[in-house]
Design a protein around this ligand. Structure first.
Ligand code: ZN
Length: 262
C-alpha cells in the first residue's frame, strides 16, 4: 500500500467524517501545481529539497499560504510563508540541491524532534485556518541539543530564484532516504515512468514476479533479497539487501531494476 493510502486510512479511522483524497504523486513542478491550486492551505511535510522548491513555487503562483517544516539531527525549523506577499522558502534557502546535503539517512534525526516539528506545524496549520499569523515570515529554530527555541524574522531576498522566476532544475538521480526495516532505502523517480499495468508487464517480461498492493503500488523482491516498491507516481523505492555493503553497490541495484521499467 502506498504511504498516502495508508495515511488516508489512518485519518478515516481517527475521524470518520473527514473527507480524504489521497494523491499518489511525486511532487515536482507539474504535480505540485495540480495538488495546490484548489487548496485553502498547504502544509509541506516533504523530505527532499527539490520537492520543497516545487511546492513553494506552486504556492507563489497560486497565492497559497504554506506551512513549512524540516527536521535533521537535533535541529528543526518551522515557518509560515505567504510567498506571493513576502518571503518564500527559496528566499531563505536559495540555490541548494539535494545532492551533497545531509539527509536523515546520512546524518540521522532524533524521533522526538520529528514529533515536535510535526506538532508545531499542525498547530500553525490550525492557526492559519483561524486567521492567526503567529509564525508568518518568522523562522522558529528548534535546537534539541541544548533544548532551545529561537525566532528569526525573515525578509524577501532580492536574489531569490523563485521570486526572480528562474527555472528549477531537477535531476533524476538515485537518492538515499531514511532506513527502512534496518536496511538502506533508496529512491529513484523514473524519467519515463510506466503506468502500474505496464510496469507489471515489463517486470514479468524480465522474470520478476511483482504483486499489486492496494491500488497504487507494485511490490517485488529480487534474488538477493532486496525489496522494491514501484508506485503510480513513477517512483521506485528499494530496500537494499545486506549483501550490498556500499552505497555504490546499492545504487547499481536500483539502476538495474530501473532499466527494466524505463
Ligand atoms: Zn523567494
Amino acid at each position: 500500500m502506498s504511504k498516502v493510502e495508508a495515511a488516508a486510512l489512518e485519518l478515516k479511522k481517527r475521524n470518520s467524517s473527514v473527507k480524504v483524497e489521497p494523491l499518489c504523486v511525486f511532487v515536482d513542478e507539474k504535480s505540485a501545481e495540480k495538488a495546490v491550486k484548489d487548496a485553502d492551505l498547504v502544509v509541506d511535510c516533504l523530505d527532499t529539497l527539490s520537492s520543497k522548491y516545487a511546492l513553494n513555487r506552486a504556492c507563489i503562483e497560486h497565492k497559497k499560504a504554506l506551512v513549512f517544516g524540516s527536521a535533521l539531527e537535533e535541529y528543526g525549523m518551522v515557518s509560515v510563508f505567504k510567498p506571493w506577499v513576502s518571503a518564500c522558502v527559496e528566499c531563505v534557502y536559495p540555490n541548494l540541491s539535494d545532492e551533497g546535503l545531509p539527509t536523515c539517512a546520512t546524518a540521522g534525526v532524533l524521533p522526538q524532534l520529528v514529533q515536535l516539528v510535526g506538532s508545531i506545524m499542525a498547530a500553525q496549520a490550525v492557526k492559519q485556518i483561524l486567521g492567526q499569523n503567529t509564525l508568518l515570515d518568522t523562522l522558529l529554530f528548534i535546537d534539541l541539543k541544548d533544548a532551545s527555541f529561537e525566532k528569526v524574522s525573515l525578509l524577501r531576498n532580492p536574489n531569490c530564484p523563485a521570486h526572480l522566476g528562474l527555472p528549477l532544475s531537477y535531476k533524476n538521480e538515485v537518492t538515499e532516504m531514511c532506513t527502512r526495516n534496518g536496511r538502506r532505502l533508496l529512491m529513484l523517480k523514473l524519467e519515463n515512468p510506466p503506468k502500474i499495468e505496464e510496469a507489471l508487464t515489463k517486470l514479468s517480461q524480465n522474470s520478476v514476479n511483482a504483486k499489486l498492493v492496494g491500488t497504487q503500488v507494485l511490490s517485488f523482491v529480487d534474488e538477493q533479497g532486496s525489496r522494491f516498491s514501484y508506485t503510480s507516481a513513477g517512483v521506485l523505492l528499494a530496500e537494499i539487501s545486506e549483501v550490498y555493503s556500499t552505497i555504490d553497490e546499492a545504487k547499481l541495484v536500483v539502476e538495474r531494476v530501473s532499466r527494466m521499467l524505463n
